[in-house]
Ligand binder design. Structure first.
Ligand code: FAD
Length: 565
């Protein structure tokens, strides 16, 4: 098994597809080793991306069942939950990544460092581009029998002007840039030529987005400024430094239980991290950020914060590749992600050949339907007719708890429903029937709600596909999967995907919060150690676990590295 140099692709004899490009199989045609011959007979499984979803799939797949090709611009897997710690030197960048070729090797697969550009569904070809040895971009096709899209997402710009003045936190290179920018600001602030006003601006750090990533970054930054600043920069005054979080919703960490988001807000207030809620960023200029917020009279006013650093972390949206795919297929109506059925098959693509997992995908789910079905179960449990059952507010609380366990991202919807319910309870002597409930649900924007864009979900979906593909390989021995014309093989061999929310955690600066299936707790040092242990246990390999342990010990002994290279 050997790699094809990209420069040789143009010489490859087979050309075709809609653009008449070279078509390459992952194995060189003249490689006649027994291993290669055997694998060439297997169905071609092409996996796009090397993130949480794809890696979980590769780790679950039985070696030798498929002729696997993995295509991604990143030749590493990144352990994202710890990425905020790498932005301020608590952890080293290399401790969070694992070489993907090692993972691909386990399934005797082949890795191509390239970008998927497009898919021709009728001819089962993925169009791929890579920079060749001559420094130019080369395009070619990779054929597939089964294709898995695990291309992740990009940061959502929300149409705000001036995002060129912001940093993002998605990849390892972003963390490196942030670390350099933070240290650069601290160094410039120390220059004798820097005025007081300039120094305060350089030391004003703004985070747009009060979700877990923004909050964890603000917490890490605050820790670094508190614990290490005086050692490296004794001339900088702590009270000249400010950290601000701008959040569009009423609370930070709004997908967590309300008590936990309030705890996080109280903690930030105690640490003098300024949190601006119900605030919408209008524009980011090189030296200040403009946002709107309602004043106490309900009037919308524009405010500004002078700043020397801005992190933009306001949710995710589709990659250009995913948008291109969605535009080609019927039934793709969701603007935020590619829609799949409950077997994770891409809606609109030929049945059983294309799957989408992780951040790039959403499983069609309707929260209102789920609420109604939970209520029906409640009615049956009580031996009542679901259409005429009357509900009390405490019934509703029980239902809301169950829905929230299943759809943690629905907390916001549930909070709004909760308010309506309590109002209803007051006004209508404590009862509500189904027809009215449906109307209530319609009043609220609860149409298509996707599963959360988290590593947890991507990992479960990757594992699900891995297990299913193993079963399918057993169900169709010796048969190319694209020849299976009859029936629904996925349905016949495996159950639909069912997401199990295991809980959410977040680091909030020498404290951590846990929202584990209705069991909520928060705390200081002990909670931080628990938070670390959970991620330590989830580490991708023995290598990354050793590196993480070494980084934590190094930081405890010598403090963080505040140097930029
Ligand atoms: P990703 O892991 O993003 O991987 C996408 C892959 O596709 C990458 O390898 C990329 O290079 C590749 N790719 C992109 N475009 C193409 C293309 N055109 N062709 C081929 N390959 C392509 N989730 C949690 O559950 N808990 C947390 O604590 C948590 N913390 C986070 C902290 C940070 C800073 C960030 C950024 C995210 C965090 N997340 C967390 C979210 C989690 O990382 C994502 O939900 C998860 O990475 C999604 O996995 P994925 O496989 O869909 O995509």
């Amino acid at each position: 098994v050997r790699d094809i140099p990209v420069s040789e692709l143009a010489l490859h004899p087979r050309r075709g597809g809609p653009k008449n490009l070279p078509i390459v199989d992952a194995f060189v045609d003249d490689d006649e080793s027994a291993e290669c011959r055997e694998l060439k007979e297997k169905p071609r499984l092409v996996v796009l991306g090397t993130g949480w979803g794809s890696v979980a799939l590769l780790k679950t797949l039985n070696p030798g069942d498929y002729h696997v090709t993995v295509i991604s611009p990143s030749n590493h897997f990144l352990f994202t939950p710890m990425l905020p710690s790498a932005t301020v030197g608590t952890l080293e960048l290399r401790s969070l990544v694992e070489p993907v070729r090692r993972i691909v090797r386990r399934v005797r697969g082949h890795f191509i460092k390239a970008m998927a550009e497009d898919v021709c569904f009728t001819e089962r070809l993925v169009e791929v581009s890579a920079v060749g040895a001559n420094g130019e971009k080369e395009h070619f096709y990779v054929p597939y029998d089964k294709l898995v899209l695990g291309v992740g997402s990009v940061t959502n710009p929300h149409g705000v002007a001036g995002l060129g003045n912001c940093h993002f936190l998605k990849d390892i290179s972003d963390a490196r840039m942030i670390r350099n920018a933070v240290v650069r600001n601290l160094e410039t602030a120390c220059l004798p030529t820097t005025t007081d006003e300039e120094r305060r601006r350089l030391l004003s750090f703004v985070v747009c987005g009060g979700g877990p990533t923004g909050v964890e970054f603000a917490a890490e930054l605050y820790d670094m400024l508190n614990e290490d600043l005086h050692k490296y920069y004794p001339r900088l005054l702590r009270n000249e430094i400010s950290v601000h979080v701008i959040q569009s919703r009423g609370h930070i960490l709004n997908t967590y239980d309300e008590a936990l988001s309030k705890y996080a807000e109280a903690r930030f207030a105690h640490d003098s991290i300024d949190v601006q809620t119900n605030a919408r960023v209008k524009e980011v200029e090189p030296d200040r950020i403009l946002f709107t917020q309602k004043d106490e009279n309900g009037k919308v006013v524009t405010k500004e914060i002078p700043m020397g650093f801005c992190l933009w972390s306001t949710g995710v949206s589709q990659t250009d590749f995913s948008k291109r795919i969605a535009a080609k297929l019927e039934g793709q109506n969701n603007k935020h992600a590619l829609e799949t059925d409950t077997h994770l098959r891409l809606v609109g693509a030929p049945l059983g050949s294309v799957y989408a997992i992780g951040d790039c995908a959403t499983v069609q789910n309707n929260i209102s339907d789920h609420i109604v079905s939970f209520l029906r179960t409640l009615a049956w449990e009580r031996g009542k007719d679901p259409e005429n059952m009357h509900l009390t507010y405490s019934d509703w609380r029980g239902v809301a708890k169950r829905v929230k366990q299943r759809f943690p991202q629905a907390s916001d919807h549930l909070r709004r429903l909760d308010k309506l319910f309590s109002q209803y309870d007051k006004d209508k002597s404590g009862t509500l029937d189904f027809g009215e409930l449906r109307e209530l649900l319609l009043q609220i924007d609860s149409k298509l709600t996707s599963l959360p864009a988290t590593a947890q979900r991507a990992h479960q979906q990757g594992q699900y596909l891995g297990r299913k593909f193993n079963k399918i390989a057993l169900a169709t021995p010796g048969m190319a999967l694209n020849e299976v014309q009859y029936g629904d093989l996925d349905d016949a061999t495996y159950k639909p995907f069912d997401y199990k929310h295991l809980g959410s955690l977040a680091y909030i600066g020498n404290a951590a919060i846990f929202d584990i299936n209705g069991l909520n707790f928060s705390g200081g040092l002990l909670a931080v150690y628990l938070w670390r242990s959970i991620y330590f246990a989830q580490g991708v390999s023995f290598r990354t676990r050793c590196l993480l342990a070494m980084d934590w010990s190094k930081r405890a002994l010598f403090g963080r590295d505040l140097m930029n290279f």
